[in-house]
Design a protein around this ligand. Structure first.
Ligand code: URA
Length: 256
C-alpha cells in the first residue's frame, strides 16, 4: 500500500507542478531508477470481497456486508450506488445520510437535488452517469444531537474494496470526487486540501480524477465564486470525456 500511496503522491505532485506551468523537475537519477523497478504485488486484503464476475454480484455481496458491526446495527440498508454501470463519468461522494439510508439510493437529499441540477446543466441525466459514495453505510451518530458525521479512517478502509471493485467494473473515463472526504478516500490522503486541489486533474489508478466541492458545501456556502468554480470543474470533465459544450454552457458564469 505504501508504494501505491507514494506513486499517487508523486503523480499528484507532478500534476500540480504542470498545472502551475512548470515543465521540468530535477530528479536524482538514482531515485528515478526506483520507479522502473517491477511493481511489488498488491498486499492481500484479508477482507477483500469474494470473487465476483459482475456488478449485480458485487452489489449482492455489498448489500450483505457485515464488516462494520456498529454500522450494520444502525443502518436501514446498504447504499451501493446507482446509474449506468458503463458510464463515462463516475461521481463519488462521502457517505449516505438519513434520506439515502431510507431510500437505498445515494444523493437523494437536498445536496442530491443540487447534484441532479448540476448534471442537468451538463445535459446529463442521473441514469447516464454512475453515482456512489466512499462509504456504503450511513455513519451512525449514537448520543449525538447532530445526525451527521464524517466517516472514520477505519470505516473508509473497511469499505474501500467495494468502491475499488465498482470502479474496476465501470472503468469510467473520468472520476469526479465530490468534497474532501471523497478525494481523501480515493487518493489515500488524510485531510485532502480540497480548495487547493479542485480544478486540477489528479489520477486514480490511471483514471483522470477531478476533485471539486461537495454539493452540500455549495448549499452551505452558495457564493457565485464557489458555484463558478464547480462549474469550471464540470466543464473540464465535459471536455475530457468529449461531451459537446454549447456557448450557453461555456458562458453560464461569464456575465457575473
Ligand atoms: N448524500 C450522499 O449519498 N452522499 C453524500 O456525500 C451526501 C449526501
Amino acid at each position: 500500500m505504501a508504494y501505491h500511496q507514494l506513486l499517487n503522491a508523486t503523480v499528484n505532485y507532478l500534476e500540480g507542478e504542470r498545472a502551475h506551468g512548470r515543465r521540468h523537475v530535477n530528479v536524482d537519477p538514482a531515485k528515478l531508477s526506483v520507479l522502473f523497478r517491477p511493481l511489488p504485488p498488491m498486499p492481500v486484503n484479508p477482507i477483500a470481497p469474494a470473487e465476483c464476475q459482475s456488478m449485480p454480484e458485487l452489489r449482492a455481496q455489498a448489500l450483505a456486508c457485515t464488516r462494520c458491526e456498529h454500522l450494520v446495527a444502525s443502518r436501514k440498508q446498504v447504499v451501493f450506488g446507482v446509474g449506468n454501470e458503463a458510464a463515462d463519468i463516475l461521481f463519488v461522494g462521502e457517505a449516505p445520510g438519513a434520506d439515502e439510508d431510507a431510500r437505498g439510493e445515494p444523493f437523494v437529499d437536498a445536496a442530491g437535488e443540487l447534484l441532479t441540477r448540476m448534471l442537468k446543466a451538463m445535459d446529463l441525466a442521473r441514469e447516464e452517469v454512475y453515482i456512489t459514495n466512499i462509504l456504503k453505510c450511513r455513519p451512525d451518530t449514537p448520543n449525538q444531537r447532530n445526525d451527521h458525521r464524517a466517516p472514520t479512517a477505519d470505516e473508509m478502509t473497511a469499505c474501500s474494496d467495494w468502491l475499488h471493485r465498482q470502479i474496476d467494473f465501470i472503468q469510467p473515463k473520468v472520476i469526479v470526487a465530490l468534497g474532501k472526504v471523497a478525494v481523501g478516500g480515493l487518493l489515500e490522503m488524510e485531510n485532502a486540501p480540497i480548495t487547493k486541489m479542485r480544478g486540477t486533474w489528479h489520477t486514480y489508478r490511471g483514471i483522470p480524477l477531478m476533485p471539486t466541492f461537495h454539493p452540500a458545501y455549495l448549499l452551505h456556502k452558495e457564493t457565485m465564486q464557489n458555484k463558478r468554480a464547480v462549474w469550471e470543474d464540470l466543464l473540464a470533465v465535459m471536455e475530457k470525456t468529449g461531451l459537446p459544450i454549447s456557448d450557453k454552457q461555456r458562458g453560464y458564469f461569464l456575465k457575473h
